[in-house]
Design a protein around this ligand. Structure first.
Ligand code: ADP
Ligand code: MG
Length: 362
């Protein structure tokens, strides 16, 4: 056999092994990879760091070796049998390639992909917000257009009903009808007010530092007894708890935020049949603050969840206007935030208003 001195391959480490897997030849690159001089390798078995051996002489072995002696290099090992002219396996050739750069590139591509997916998600979210607020704006324009006329008509209906009431004194049935007209006109006026509320543009001049905890206090103490009466719980008690965290300050309009929270709690109370529990809590997380209301009510079907924010969508028949959630949503959007809804049919609902924290609270 010709005495082999070196296999010139600056990129790859090459080892030739005899049939007993002893090194016959190691090139310079292999010596660098293992940190052992070629002469010290020749005549010996593979360096100890190599543990995978072929089961049969004919086997090809491939593996990736992390951080061999030359630091953090990642080395790909390819070990293949070499056949003698008679067809038997006469030895092996082992090729070691440094794939560190490739791995780094792959990792970078992977990282980029993750980044890209994130950006895509953000873009989609921004797009949805835009479509959403555009829809609210259209609704607002429409509301502003009709509100004035309808309010005039309602004023005439109300005024005349009140006048008529005076002239039918003693006629119980006529009085009853006129009161029904009056009530209906007031309800319609309230609907118009809500519609205008939804489409209202942000009025920054009315904004100031608002503590969400005081909003909760005002709403809970100001109006809670009324919610006890609402819904279909037939006098059964709704247990009511609050859990407030400090530092929940937003830059906004207190009366709008009160209106939004009052409507979230009203919906919660209306979702409770019989006895139940409502919890209101505030929390701060990084740059955001949250006020959330959980209830043990009837929860929402998939369809309701999807249409919840559509103006006029209601599952409460004639009792509902379907404007509560739209208004809550519009108020959150005006404050640069959003409303998140989690709900399970038959178990309950959590409605969270998530708003940017005011710089003051940090
Ligand atoms: N806390 C809640 N639990 C169950 N369903 C709810 C809750 N809040 C809202 N919903 C559902 O969303 C619908 C729309 O709510 P909303 O816009 O306030 O209108 P309305 O209360 O007039 O029906 C309700 O009819 C109801 O189906
Ligand atoms: Mg409602």
């Amino acid at each position: 056999m010709v005495a082999l001195r070196n296999i010139s391959s600056p990129e790859r480490g090459v080892l030739l092994l005899d049939r007993d897997h002893k090194v016959i030849l190691a090139n310079k690159r292999a010596s660098v990879i293992f940190g052992i001089a070629p002469d010290e390798m020749v005549g010996h078995a593979l360096p100890e760091v190599i543990t995978r051996r072929p089961v049969y002489d004919e086997d090809v072995v491939e593996e990736v070796l992390d951080s061999l002696c030359s630091g953090n290099a990642i080395i790909h090992r390819y070990s293949s049998p070499v056949y003698s002219p008679d067809g038997s396996v006469g030895g092996r050739v082992e090729i070691y390639s440094d794939i560190t750069a490739r791995r780094e590139l792959e990792k970078e591509i992977l990282d980029r992909n993750v980044e890209l997916a994130e950006l895509n998600g953000q873009l989609q979210e921004a797009q949805e917000m835009l479509i959403h607020s555009e829809r609210l704006r259209t609704l607002g324009e429409m509301a502003a257009g009709v509100a004035h006329d309808i309010n005039n008509v309602l004023g005439i209906i109300l005024g005349n009903a009140q006048l008529a009431k005076r002239s039918v004194a003693g006629n119980e049935s006529a009085l009853h009808s006129l009161e029904a007209i009056e009530l209906a006109a007031r309800d319609a006026a309230e609907t118009i007010r809500r519609l205008r509320e939804i489409g209202k543009p942000t009025d920054i001049s009315s904004y100031g530092a608002v503590d969400l905890n005081s909003i909760v206090d005002d709403v809970v103490h100001g109006a809670f007894p009324a919610w006890q009466e609402s819904g279909s719980h037939g006098g059964a008690r709704i247990e009511f708890n609050t859990a407030l965290s400090s530092g929940c300050i937003v830059h906004g309009n207190a009366s709008e935020l009160r209106e939004a929270l009052a409507n979230i709690i009203l919906n919660a109370a209306q979702a409770i049949e019989g006895a139940g529990r409502i919890e209101v809590y505030t929390a701060r997380d990084g740059g955001h603050v949250e006020v959330a209301v959980t209830d043990t009510g009837i929860g929402m079907s998939q369809e309701t969840k999807q249409r919840l924010f559509d103006p006029f969508f209601t599952t409460r028949g004639a009792q509902g206007t379907g404007l509560g959630m739209s208004m809550i949503d519009a108020i959150a959007i005006r404050h640069g935030g959003r409303v998140l809804v989690e709900s399970e049919e038959g178990k309950g609902t959590r409605v969270t208003m998530r708003l940017p924290a005011s710089a003051i609270s940090s």
